[in-house]
Design a protein around this ligand. Structure first.
Ligand code: PLP
Length: 358
């Protein structure tokens, strides 16, 4: 069997969720959109079921999958509903909906009597993507109150630059949100992962941690106590030696500067490992630091075993995980951990839980 796997450490996921909630205080929605950032939404949600205050997904179908899998806790739909039929389904399944634009307000006002949902009113405090303008916060809240279809209202906003600790844009967003909502009662939710870890001034009633649950710190360089949840790994399937000056792989991107032992690894961009990863991108071979050499192919990639004489066919290769921080791979490849994680596919997924069955 092909040795390419994603191991998912559900204890690490639980650790990270607890860390998020204790750093933030109050309650926390575990963000499991996009198949739990590539980790598997259902197993991840189930692993958190006894400790999570609730979940957040992007759209209705993601929530329906969780309900069908037996998740009974609150689930917030971050994009809200797209039409009246979705609103009716959301209400029937007691899903919570974000209301971020005029059309969604009108849907609620036009909904038949008997529909009742919990709404999160989203205010645009500076990201300028979704949400009501600050000046419209109070009128929108009043319309929600008066439409008779909303049981409870939470106020929320989302940060554009919370992952940049020294940039004051986040402080200005907090300020804009505070001013816009000063006259409105009810719980608040501001903090994504970066704000949970880096912006205590944004901590309110509800946190919305996503990426940190999966063990990747969105803030640069901080030692954070997070644990990697996914280990993407495979094995060396063949070894060859090439002479100094010899090319390696597609495009002959890499040329050996010395006689080089090349390990061929069963992992490629069709599995989600980034083709943009340059020579020198970190990997771990049987626990020892090494590096990618040569261009990543669809099904295979090559690593440098020259300084690891004990390594050979069958050696375990970690592409990211506890030994190779995914942020280092993302940085080398010119992307972010979010994208790498969401892209993992085709490999076998294995879920581990130490205390399973207890
Ligand atoms: C995705 C998302 C989050 C989680 O963001 P992270 O950076 O992964 O913590 C929180 N809030 C909203 C509105 C989102 O869309």
């Amino acid at each position: 069997m092909r040795p390419a796997h994603a191991h998912i450490d559900l204890d690490a996921l639980r650790h990270n969720y607890r860390l998020a909630r204790s750093r933030h205080g109050g309650r926390a929605l575990a963000v499991v959109k996009a198949n739990a950032y590539g980790h598997g939404a259902i197993p991840c949600a189930q692993a958190l079921a006894d400790i999570a205050d609730g979940y957040a997904v992007a759209f209705l179908d993601e929530a329906l999958a969780l309900r069908a899998a037996g998740i009974t806790a609150p689930i917030l739909i971050l994009e809200g509903v797209f039409d009246a039929a979705e609103l009716a389904t959301a209400a029937a399944l007691q899903l919570w909906i974000v209301v971020h634009h005029e059309e969604q307000l009108r849907m609620l006002e036009a909904a038949p009597a008997g529909i009742s949902v919990e709404a999160w009113l989203k205010i645009n405090s500076g990201m300028n993507r979704a949400g009501f303008a600050p000046a419209d916060a109070l009128p929108a809240w009043q319309r929600l109150c008066h439409c008779g279809r909303v049981s409870n209202i939470t106020l929320m906003t989302h940060f554009a630059r919370a992952d940049e600790p020294h940039v004051l844009f986040t402080a200005s967003q907090i300020d804009t949100f505070e001013t816009a909502t000063a006259a409105i009662p009810g719980p608040r939710s501001l903090a994504n992962s970066a704000a949970v870890l880096g912006w205590p001034a944004a901590h309110r009633d509800w946190a919305r941690p996503g990426i940190l649950l999966y063990g990747a710190n969105p803030l640069p360089g901080a030692d954070d106590g997070l644990q990697a949840v996914m280990t993407l790994e495979s094995r060396v399937i063949a070894v060859r030696e090439i002479d100094a000056g010899a090319p390696l792989g597609y495009g002959a991107r890499f040329h050996a500067s010395r006689r080089t032992r090349v390990g061929l690894v069963a992992m490629g961009y069709a599995d989600g490992y980034p083709r943009s990863a340059p020579d020198g991108t970190p990997v771990a071979v049987d626990g020892a630091a090494s590096a990618l050499i040569g261009r990543v192919s669809m099904d295979m990639l090559t690593v440098d075993l020259t300084d690891l004489p004990a390594a050979g066919p069958g050696s375990r290769v970690e592409l990211w995980g506890p030994q190779v921080a995914i942020n280092r791979v993302a940085q080398a490849a010119g992307t972010i951990a979010y994208e790498l994680l969401c892209n993992v596919k085709r490999v076998g997924f294995e879920y581990h839980r130490r205390d399973e069955g207890l």
